[in-house]
Design a protein around this ligand. Structure first.
Ligand code: ATP
Ligand code: MG
Length: 338
């Protein structure tokens, strides 16, 4: 049987990498983490299995997040990750030379980084490659008609960055990105536990605390939850466990969201008035893993005075949006059909 020419959309996220293949759907959705053997430089694990090794490596293993901070921090590791993913798709028997790849990246990715990413796809044998901003793909995936003349605002709170964009007539009009997102929340949680409890915790533990306790909603009297957290005590050097209360984590989240809110307000100030009027009526849509934080809708509505909708599929919107962008190659004039 002849090899398949396919259309591939990739969401190269700092925290998660997702791959969509036309007619096959989402074929990969795992953490963007790679584990290497330091000596042979061979990739020994990728995705979920590599994430389990984080913070538990020995001398021979190096675990990296190739897309740290919403930019391509480690190109070799990104290449390894893509090679690993496509090696798992062997059964599709892809004709790479005849296929198309769409890579979705944060808006801050530089021209040099874009060129490097295109080169990665070339290295895989794909000749037809194009790049789109992830906010745009995410907006389509979240059900916004970006091709209409009505303006919309999307806030994507990912792992490395929060990307905020105003769209109309098929493309971004104004946008900005700040590095206050999932990883930043985790770091702030680690810092808080270190400063207040003298306890050093790992990145995965900090993320678990966030999953369990992070909220922006007010905590009713008697409803505060807590969590036992283990790590290494800084003074004694021994394993130790403390109890963290939800209110402490909520304070951290409120401080971080203050910064996201100010970036949204700065974008609103730069937004052309006709589009401001649309956003005032239709409000903002929140995407990305950060959209799962409880109380976020009410928080933005109260703080911004705008209606807020949480995407139905905050973690997969971007890759779902690639399905449409692959059809029109990102052309703002052509509205792709289902
Ligand atoms: N229920 C949840 N509560 C809080 N945070 C969550 C939840 N689910 C996921 N996250 C966080 O969302 C982040 C991942 O979101 P997402 O997959 O949108 O990021 P990404 O696209 O990989 O990153 P970026 O777009 O910045 O490159 C992680 O930091 C994760 O901890
Ligand atoms: Mg993302």
């Amino acid at each position: 049987m002849a090899k398949q020419k396919v259309q591939v959309g990739i969401d190269l996220g700092t925290a998660n990498i997702l791959v969509y293949i036309a007619k096959h759907g989402i074929v990969f959705n795992e953490p963007s983490v790679v584990a290497y053997d330091r000596q042979t430089k061979r990739c020994i694990a990728c995705g979920h299995s590599a994430k389990l090794m984080m913070g538990k490596e020995h001398d021979k293993i190096k675990v990296v997040r190739p897309l740290e901070g919403g930019v391509v921090a480690d190109l070799d590791a990104t290449r390894s990750m893509l090679q690993y993913i496509f090696s798992r798709l062997d059964k599709l028997d892809i004709d790479y030379a005849g296929s198309t790849i769409l890579l979705c990246c944060p808006s801050e990715v530089t021209v040099v980084e874009r060129a490097a990413l295109i080169q990665l796809a070339y290295d895989m044998g794909v000749r037809d490659v194009f790049i789109e901003q992830e906010v745009k793909a995410g907006a389509i995936g979240a059900g916004i008609d970006i091709y209409s003349t009505t303006g919309s605002m999307i806030v994507d709170i990912g792992g490395g960055s929060s990307d905020i964009g105003v769209l109309a007539c098929g493309d971004l009009v104004v946008w900005e990105s700040i590095r206050v997102a999932g990883n930043y929340f985790d770091n702030e949680i680690s810092k808080h536990i270190k400063q207040n409890y003298n306890l050093l915790i790992g990145d995965r533990t900090a993320e678990r605390v966030k999953f369990e306790l992070a909220t922006l909603a007010p905590i009713a009297a008697g409803m505060e939850t807590e969590m036992r957290v283990s790590g290494r005590h800084l003074s004694y050097g021994l394993p130790s466990t403390i109890t963290v209360k939800q209110g402490e984590i909520r304070e951290i989240m409120l401080r971080a969201f203050e910064r996201i809110k100010h970036t949204i307000l700065a974008i609103l100030e730069k937004t052309p008035p006709e589009l401001s009027a649309d956003i005032l009526r239709d409000g903002i849509v929140v995407n990305g893993g950060g959209a799962c934080i409880p109380g976020i809708k009410e928080y933005f509505e109260a703080e911004l005075g705008l209606p807020c909708r949480i995407s139905d599929n905050p973690l997969t919107s971007i890759v779902e949006g690639t399905k449409y962008l692959l059809k029109n190659r990102g052309n703002y004039l052509v509205k792709p059909q289902d």
